[in-house]
Design a protein around this ligand. Sequence first.
Ligand code: DLZ
Length: 157
Amino acid sequence: MATADNSLSQYDHSKVPDGKNFRIALVVSEWNHDITEALFQGAKATLINHNVTPENIVRIDVPGSFELIYGASTAQQMDFDAIIAIGCVIQGETRHFEFISNAVAQGIKDLNLNGEAPVIFCVLTDDTIVQSKARSGGDKGNKGVEAAVTALRMTSL
Ligand code: DLZ
């Protein structure tokens, strides 16, 4: 999987379970839309590459990354094998970044402890938009790809 210097999209395909019977929800934050859309496309393409059928990939849009917690919690109560929470929080001039990033990480951690379906953390927390672009289809690969692989592996535990 990813290291600091590798593309996030490099992985061993033989270690990824077949997804043909899986139903996966992707909860997508609208903040930093270009980035989250690229992450969504990367995740969706990877799920399809591993035989998840398009009708078993359900997208749920939420306004911002903070709302990923409620969106993923709602999806956990539906019939999904895994949920991928997709967001992008970028450092601004205030401390909003820390509050949102920490809340989303803690909220998703809690969903994993208390819910049935695993919730995968596909939230970029970058200092700059340049860093986010590099990780959503740029020279660091696409974190959405890695999240999709993680979802398939966790679903198969
Ligand atoms: C308010 C806010 C700010 C400042 N920055 C981001 C961000 O970088 N990424 C993101 O996904 N959302 C941001 N938000 C919106 C919050 O996540 C949330 O939608 C609002 O605080 C409403 O609850």
